[in-house]
Design a protein around this ligand. Sequence first.
Ligand code: BTX
Length: 318
Amino acid sequence: MDKNDGYVSGQQLSDQLEISRTAVWKHMKELEKDGYKIEAIQRKGYRIISSPDKVSENTVQWGLNTDWLGHQLYHYKEVASTQDIAHQLAKQGKPHGTVVIADEQVKGKGRMSRPWHSPKGKGIWMSILLRPDLVPVQAPQLTLLAATVLAEVFIQKSELKPQIKWPNDILINHKKVSGILTEMQAEHDQIQYVVLGIGINVNQAADDIQGDLRHKASSLRIESEEEWSIAETIQCILHQFEKTYDQFMSQGFKKVKNVWEKYGYKIGEQVTIKTMKREWQAELIGIEPDGALKARDQKGNEEKLYSAEIMWGEGGYD
Ligand code: BTX
């Protein structure tokens, strides 16, 4: 919008957008329905007085500072899972960078079909459709990349000290505030698309956390003692994600690996590792250039792990 005390004339909008003055007025009415407060003054034009503190296609896309991510964005009040919708959109041929967001998921899912609790209006429940030119074994790198993006955004926006528990959890003060679920469709050793799901507990108060999760889950609000703007946080994530993803595609995984290790949880410490076949004590060393977890058992043998659960202290498999 043009700078004229913040006002922009209906004629200017109509010229720029190549729509009629009546269509401009109708769009303003739509924005008002969405919760925007708009002032309209004769001979000056329109001015936005305040934006609603809610998530909608408008509030996320307005001011979104990305080249390709989130330009196609679908917002729903309630869905089973944003992952399922993103898969449908992928099959309809929607482009790389399409984003699906919901206020509430009634069948949110984690890895291995575990449930992901996604209460209404309290968090970010979002799936990103990517069409990367990568081979399937590289897909887990995108999970690690997304985890670094979230850690960096939480640090930019607060005093919090996030840590990443391999491969996909963001912990704050040892409690899970966020999880990432990467699902992919591949054929002939080429990724066709990836749906990268991000779940973040944002504004839950302690009482909003489901009873059985209380000892291991938290929210940004609980940890920072502040309400967060969900729409603005989504914008920051999309911006940071695009930047990190473009860098990864042009320069490879090394930078992501370095950032990941900066936030890596229990690196250098003894943990219990559990796979489908066995359970053992090991020291976490770091991640490999391909994103696998490197661990050293008590006899000094080093091992690369692509899929495992890490445990420590009392319980806490996932
Ligand atoms: P995960 O398998 O690592 O974590 C799932 C486990 O986390 C559950 O078994 C439960 O113990 C715990 N959990 C469930 N809900 C929460 C919560 N809200 N906060 C903290 N812990 C919880 C993590 O899988 C991947 C989660 C991805 C979620 C996103 S949301 C958008 C997209 N849509 C969708 O259905 N899933 C993804």
